[in-house]
Design a protein around this ligand. Structure first.
Ligand code: GLU
Length: 307
């Protein structure tokens, strides 16, 4: 089987040890499989992306001994592809505009029990559906009604629950239909397992909710862009941190809706600081460039991340 993987950093800060681990692991896997390693610059958030961080990414990766096989893809060059996919989903009545603020959502979620914790999933707060019902009339005429660009757009999970994207089988416990879909995980799945990960429309509604598929300010979302880009780059194996394990259900669902292939996923352990906290962009102390400036070699970095 062909093996095409990628590293997809956002140029919003310096690469740190966690990025080094992810890039080196994916690169080593591609080399071991005689496959390809691609690079993608995830710069849809123009307000936070900087050209100097992008240059630093190329520089750090080359220093680590990583070479990519094709011209890197930049998400900011692909906005029209994202827009086409949104038009398709809009015309199929699967997405709806939402003008709720975070405060509106929090208020709607916590109304019944003041002070209770509001439910959150891999895409933040689980949306209570406030704008979904208001829009049903509008959506039934979506062909004559252009997709609004002045609102966030959400995917209507209620609408897709019984659509053909899920497979079904008889549930042995109660004899009813069980709808599900699945993907293959070779690393850390939702319960830490490798193998086939299955999930149902109900799981999605409960654990994710109607997520934002296009943000008003950027016209797309990480989720939509990542599935379209992985397909466009012919990625067969996604290697990335276990912090994205839960988001994978969103990605698989979008692949089904947009008739895109589903890669094999390999979620890896996260590199943590001395307090056990996951490294973030703001942890400049762990920036690769700092280690380089202090005289560390690429072999030292490999050792530090356990490779
Ligand atoms: N751009 C994402 C990040 O920097 C990675 C997304 C992915 O690998 O799917 O965390």
């Amino acid at each position: 089987m062909a093996f095409v993987t990628r590293f997809a950093p956002s140029p919003t800060g310096p690469l740190h040890l966690g990025h080094a681990y992810s890039a080196l692991l994916a690169y080593d896997m591609a080399v071991a499989e005689g496959g390809k390693f691609l690079l993608r610059i995830e710069d849809i958030d123009r307000s936070r992306s900087r050209p100097e961080w992008e240059s630093q990414i190329y520089d750090d990766l080359q220093w680590l001994g990583i070479w990519w096989d094709e011209v890197p893809q930049r998400q900011s060059d692909r906005l029209s592809d994202y827009s086409k996919a949104l038009d398709d989903l809009w015309l199929r009545g699967l997405i709806y505009p939402c003008r709720c603020t975070r405060r509106d959502i929090e208020a709607a979620l916590s109304a019944p029990q003041e002070g209770a914790e509001v439910p959150a999933g891999p895409d933040g707060l689980i949306y209570p559906g406030t704008c979904r019902s208001e829009m049903s009339y509008e959506r039934s005429f979506s062909e004559n009604y252009p997709r609004p660009t002045d609102a966030n757009l959400r995917l209507d999970l209620g609408c897709i629950a019984d659509s053909l994207i899920f497979e079904h089988r008889i549930d042995s416990a109660n004899g009813g239909w069980h709808w599900y879909t699945s993907y293959r995980e070779t690393g850390i799945g939702p319960n830490g397992q490798s193998g086939l990960v299955e999930f149902s429309p109900e799981d999605m509604q409960k654990a994710v909710g109607d997520f934002v598929i296009a943000r008003r300010d950027i016209g797309t979302s990480y989720h939509l862009s990542v599935v379209l880009d992985d397909a466009a780059q012919g990625v067969t194996h996604v290697v990335r941190g276990a912090d994205l394990t839960e988001a994978t259900k969103i990605h698989v669902l979008l692949q089904r809706l947009l008739s895109l292939p589903t890669p094999i996923y390999h979620h890896h352990r996260l590199i943590r600081d001395d307090q056990g906290k996951r490294l973030a962009k703001r942890d400049d102390a762990r920036a690769l460039s700092k280690y380089r400036a202090e005289g560390a070699t690429p072999a030292d970095i490999r050792r530090m991340v356990g490779l």
